[in-house]
Design a protein around this ligand. Sequence first.
Ligand code: COA
Length: 388
Amino acid sequence: MKAGIDLISFYTTKYYLDLKTLAEARGVDADKFHIGLGQHRMSVPPPDEDIVTMGASAALPLMERIDPESVELVLFATESGVDQSKAAGLFVHELLQLPSRCRVLEVKEACYSGTAALRFAASEMERRPGRNALVICSDVARYDLGSPGEPTQGCGAVAMVVNSTPRILELEDACGLHAEDVMDFWRPNYRDEALVDGKYSAKVYLTTVARTWEHYAEESGRSLADFSRICYHLPFTNMARKAQVQLCRSAGANARDYGNAMIDESLGYNSQTGNCYTASLYEGFACMLDTAEEDLSESRIGFFSYGSGCMGEFFSGIVKPGYRQHLLTDRHAALFSDRTELSYQSYEDIFNLKVPADGWDYVFAEYRTGPFRFGGVSGHKRIYEKMG
Ligand code: COA
């Protein structure tokens, strides 16, 4: 395919809860979260941040590096949508002052939809030289307080510029797909928190790794030896370790030869943010590019994307020479070093604060945010503000 990721940017909120604090509050050994799940902190969205502000904040530095007038497609992938009808991408389109001659829509299939958006955008841009697509993956992962999923909560967004002359990653055509109607994780319209059968979900995830690899290997004729690194969807980082063992088994490879070295560089950001649903896979990719000491130019990266419900895809791409000049590594490092730790009580207070549903004017108190904030609602309309 003559298209792929030209630029990539990650954003997470300015507040976090240390999982030691959560472990104490829940009377659980902190090692369960640190060692058992591989998680250390979870990003928490203050009331005036949501998928729109996070998505726009991830995309803003990219718009400073391309001509925003060249953006003719915005695909917003999320499973924590703020409206049943209007695409969240339209709020972002306005906040970023993108051109009106643009196609904007929202894409949904749990954590998988960012991958669908990326591949659709690449197919479109392959035949539109000189034009750009903006793919945004943005989510807030919420489970019930005290539930097994709680320590895997988190939030964040990834924005990617996709075009036919990518400077970061050129996508390859071969892909392995697996679709199946299962109830491992879902969020009915009347609930703010997801329902999840966690153990079953992990089992279906691993079966989907096997099925998608089989299809990919059949299509491409490649083996694990053709890959330098693998990035996985990260509901928590230890899931990637289990997935890598499964991939080795499916590919007939020895896990000692193709073990943690293929995945470790992709896990650091997620262990500090928690699950970002649609953004998690690409957060892992950004982390790997930012932190790998080895120059990955010309190497093949495998990607496993999983969305509960369920939809899986294994695909690959080749890293472009000179990619390092186009990374936002310093910006990402600054995000992580400039966060405020929450006490358990502040976390619970923020968790329990709901946007009023009566349509009356409501203004949120100002918390620390990025370049955009969700100011409040008026007449059932969400109001977004640019800071500064
Ligand atoms: N020290 C070290 N490890 C410990 C520990 C301790 N004190 N206590 C438990 N562990 C380990 C367990 O052995 C287990 O490891 P394993 O999975 O390798 O066997 C891990 O920590 C988790 O413990 P477990 O008892 O299985 O946790 P849980 O039942 O509370 O929930 C999930 C785990 C993942 C099911 C839950 O977090 C969840 O539902 N997450 C959301 C859904 C999800 O992420 N799905 C994944 C696919 S998308």
